[in-house]
Ligand binder design. Structure first.
Ligand code: HEM
Length: 123
């Protein structure tokens, strides 16, 4: 994620397009908000869309939006509040990644248990 951010930042500087970084704040926020469609589906506020696909979309959009916000934040330390916001966002991303790992482990364990039970019943 940091590598992606550095590459985008590098090219914006090389091409004299640093001003774009200012707008990436709005775009990044919009992309993350869009990723919350999954939450709306999970909580049955909307009915359409496969939860599995929407969760995948949530992961990609939240990840991509966070990169845009990191480029927007840049490597400037002028004020503490915006950096606290960036830190909170990074914590949310890290917790998302941990959640993804835990979900995969839980579903793998369930599959293993099912297979074990099947084996026992066949004996
Ligand atoms: C700015 C970044 C992010 C924010 C603000 C965010 C926010 C959220 C929220 C609010 C939920 C709860 C949905 C609900 O129960 O209604 C959630 C769930 C989840 N997110 Fe994220 N997320 C972010 C990034 C990520 C990333 C990068 C990943 C993984 C690559 C991820 C994976 C997940 C997973 C696996 C769940 C749990 C799904 C479930 O059990 O229903 N999130 N996220």
């Amino acid at each position: 994620m940091i590598a992606f951010t550095l590459v985008i930042d590098y090219f914006l500087h090389r091409m004299n397009l640093i001003f774009i970084g200012r707008y990436l704040g709005i775009i990044g926020t919009a992309v993350i908000l869009l990723s919350f469609i999954y939450s709306l589906r999970k909580r049955k506020i909307i009915d359409s869309g496969s939860p599995k696909k929407l969760l995948e979309l949530h992961e990609y959009l939240a990840w991509g939006g966070s990169i845009l916000l990191l480029v927007h934040a840049g490597i400037h330390f002028n004020a503490i509040l915006p950096w606290l916001a960036v830190l909170m966002m990074l914590i949310a991303v890290a917790s998302g990644l941990i959640g993804k790992f835990l979900l995969k482990r839980a579903s793998d364990t369930l599959k293993e248990k099912k297979n074990d039970d099947k084996g026992k019943n066949e004996c």
